[in-house]
Design a protein. Structure first.
Length: 85
């Protein structure tokens, strides 16, 4: 119906996390980017036991089929931070 089409066109979603696979078919490594507070702009990369604050530019650069750049290799002052929830 027209109402459903209008609702679908006006629906807006807020991106909160992105799961990334690095490697080839059948093998590789997974890591994720997360925005813990949907109202904030702080993004973090969770890679095994490492957590690092990253920018949204890092998220988009690494998760839309561009050159893969695992979050633990980003140059962000080389600091890894643990988040306690």
């Amino acid at each position: 119906s027209d109402t459903k089409k209008k609702e679908q066109q006006s629906t807006i979603y807020d991106l909160q996390s992105v799961l990334v696979h690095s490697g080839d078919y059948g093998s590789g490594h997974y890591y994720t980017y997360v925005r813990p507070n949907i109202l904030g702009n702080a993004w973090y990369c969770f890679d095994d036991n490492r957590v690092m604050k990253v920018s949204f530019d890092d998220v988009t650069r690494d998760s839309y089929g561009q050159q893969q750049q695992q979050c633990n290799n980003n140059n962000n002052n080389g600091l890894f931070k643990r988040l306690l929830f």
